[in-house]
Ligand binder design. Structure first.
Ligand SMILES: C[S@@+](CC[C@H](N)C(=O)[O-])C[C@H]1O[C@@H](n2cnc3c(N)ncnc32)[C@H](O)[C@@H]1O
Ligand code: SF4
Length: 451
C-alpha cells in the first residue's frame, strides 16, 4: 500500500494523459480546419493509417448521474435520435472527402453519453451508413458502451448482427448508499440479466466500468461491489479513479459535498484492496486502471508490448489515425488533434449548414511527438528509453524527476527511466515531469487529482 506521506505529497491536480499535449494546452491559435485536413492527408500517406479507428460520440442520457464527467446531454425526449444520427452520417460523408478513398475501418467504438439511449433501429441505420462509405476490415473490432438500464435484448441482437463482440457496461458501484449519492440506482440482478443476455447472444468480450473514490464509498461496501463483479467474471474491468471536476459546467457534481468523498488514503486503499481481490481471481493489472483475464486482447497486448492509450483509455489499437464523430468527439493523428463542437445544438446547426463541426485542435511539434511517446510508454509499460538523439533537455528532466527518484518511486539507469513498483500509483506525476506545457502554466483547477 502506498504510504500516507507520499500520497499527501503527490496528490496534486494533473492530467490523465489520454492525449499529449492535453486539451487545455493545445495551440488553438495557430490551428484551422484547412490545416487539419492537410494533416489527415499526410498521416494517411503512412500505410497503417489507411486502417481507421472510428469513435462515435452519442451524447444523450435519460437521467443525470451526478458524478459524471463525460460530455453528455440529458433529455427524455427521444425525438432527438433521428436528427442526431442524420447529423453524424452527414459529418462522416463530409469528412470522408479528406480521407484516402481506399481507407478501411479497423476499429469502431460507440461511446457517450449513452449509446443505448438510441433505439436499435437508429443504431442499425448508423452502422449501415458508416459502412456505406468505407468497409470494415475482416478483423475489425466493434464495441459499444451500454447502460444496463436502457439496454434491451434487441439492442444486443442488432449490434451483434452488425459485428459487435465487445460491450462495456457502466456499473460504478452496487452499494445502495453510493448509488443514491450519485443518482444512479441499478440492481445487481439487472446487471446480471443484461450481462448473461449479452453472453448468450455471442458477445465474447464484456467489460464492466467501476469507479473508486465516489461519495460515501467505504472499503466494505466496495469489496462487496468487487465480489458481485467477480460473480459475473467479465473479461475486462475498468477501475476508474473518480475524477472530481465540479468546476466543469454541467457535470452535476455539486449534488454532494466534498466531505462525502473518501479521503486520499481511503481512496487509494479502495484501489489496492480491489486490485488484490481481482488479481487473486486471475485478473492481470493493466496500466493504471484496467484489469483483464489473461486470454483477453488487452492482457495479451501487455505481454506482446503493444498496449496503446488514446482518448478512449487503454486499447490494443495503435492505428495512426483515430477519427471522432459526433458532438465533442476528438480525432487524433500522428501530427495533430482536432475536437468537435461541445454543444449539441451548435454541433447540429454546423452540420446542417454543411460545415465540418471541428472547432479547435493542435498541430504537433517534433518535441510534442517525442514527449507523447515517452508518456505513452510510461502509461502503458511503466518505462521509457531516452534516445541519444533526444530533443529533451536532459538536465531539466533530471531536475523534474529528482524528487520522484529520491523518494524511490522512479529510477533512471543509463538511458532507461523506470517507474518502480512503489511508484505505480504515482505514474501520472512521473508523466508530468516530462510535460513541457505544465512547466510555465500551473495546472491547478484544470485537472482532477492524480491519486
Ligand atoms: C459514457 S459512460 C458509460 C455508458 C453509460 N452512459 C453508462 O453510464 O452506463 C463511461 C464511463 O465513464 C466513467 N466515468 C464517468 N464519469 C466519471 C468520473 N467523473 N470519474 C471517473 N470515471 C467516470 C464511468 O465508469 C462510466 O461508466
Ligand atoms: S454515467 Fe453514463 S448515463 Fe450517467 S450521466 Fe454519465 S454518460 Fe450519462
Amino acid at each position: 500500500m502506498a504510504d500516507s506521506g507520499l500520497i499527501a505529497k503527490y496528490n496534486i491536480p494533473g492530467p490523465r494523459y489520454t492525449s499529449y499535449p492535453t486539451v487545455p494546452y493545445w495551440n488553438v491559435q495557430q490551428w484551422d480546419i484547412r490545416k487539419w485536413c492537410q494533416l489527415l492527408a499526410i498521416s494517411q500517406q503512412e500505410e497503417p493509417a489507411k486502417h481507421l479507428a472510428l469513435y462515435i460520440h452519442l451524447p444523450y442520457c435519460d437521467s443525470l448521474c451526478t458524478f459524471c464527467g463525460c460530455h453528455k446531454h440529458i433529455t427524455t425526449n427521444h425525438a432527438v435520435e433521428s436528427r442526431y444520427i442524420d447529423a453524424v452520417l452527414r459529418e462522416w460523408k463530409l469528412l470522408s472527402a479528406s480521407l484516402d478513398k481506399n481507407s478501411t475501418i479497423h476499429e469502431l467504438h460507440l461511446g457517450g453519453g449513452t449509446p443505448t439511449f438510441f433505439a436499435p433501429k437508429e443504431l442499425k441505420r448508423l452502422i449501415e451508413g458508416i459502412k456505406s462509405v468505407f468497409p470494415f476490415t475482416a478483423a475489425a473490432a466493434l464495441s459499444f458502451e451500454a447502460h444496463p438500464i436502457s439496454t434491451t435484448r434487441k439492442h444486443l441482437e442488432v449490434l451483434h448482427d452488425h459485428g459487435f463482440r465487445r460491450v462495456s457496461f457502466g456499473i460504478q458501484d452496487y452499494d445502495p448508499v453510493v448509488q443514491k449519492a450519485i443518482h444512479r440506482i441499478q440492481s445487481f440482478e439487472l446487471v446480471q440479466s443484461c450481462h448473461q443476455e449479452a453472453k448468450a447472444i455471442g458477445f465474447n468480450a464484456i467489460s464492466h466500468d467501476l469507479v473508486y473514490g465516489l461519495p460515501r464509498q467505504t472499503l466494505s461496501g466496495f469489496q462487496q461491489t468487487i465480489r458481485c463483479t467477480l460473480q459475473l467474471k467479465p473479461e475486462r474491468i475498468s477501475l476508474y479513479s473518480y475524477a472530481h471536476v465540479p468546476w466543469i459546467k454541467g457535470t452535476g457534481q455539486r449534488g454532494y459535498s466534498e466531505s462525502d468523498l473518501p479521503n486520499p488514503d481511503l481512496k487509494r486503499a479502495l484501489y489496492e484492496v480491489s486490485k488484490q481481490m481481482l488479481v487473486t481471481h486471475g485478473y492481470v493489472e493493466i496500466g493504471m486502471d484496467h484489469f483483464a483475464l489473461p486470454a483477453d486482447d488487452l492482457a495479451k497486448a501487455v505481454v506482446e508490448k503493444n498496449l496503446h492509450r488514446n482518448f478512449m483509455g487503454y486499447t490494443t489499437n495503435s492505428s495512426g489515425l483515430l477519427i471522432g464523430l459526433g458532438m465533442s468527439a476528438i480525432s487524433e493523428s500522428k501530427f495533430g488533434f482536432a475536437q468537435n463542437e461541445k454543444s449539441t445544438a451548435r454541433y447540429l446547426e454546423m452540420i446542417e449548414s454543411g460545415q465540418l463541426p471541428i472547432t479547435r485542435g493542435h498541430e504537433m511539434s517534433a518535441l510534442d511527438i517525442e514527449i507523447r511517446q515517452h508518456i505513452l510508454n510510461l502509461m502503458c509499460r511503466f518505462e521509457t528509453e531516452i534516445p541519444q538523439t533526444t530533443l529533451l533537455n536532459r538536465l531539466e528532466l533530471e531536475l523534474q524527476l529528482s524528487e520522484l527518484i529520491s523518494d524511490g518511486l522512479v529510477e533512471w539507469k543509463k538511458d532507461l527511466i523506470r517507474v518502480l513498483p512503489k511508484g505505480i500509483p504515482f505514474v501520472r506525476n512521473c508523466c508530468m515531469a516530462f510535460d513541457a506545457y505544465l512547466k510555465d502554466q500551473n495546472p491547478v483547477k484544470q485537472f482532477s487529482m492524480t491519486i
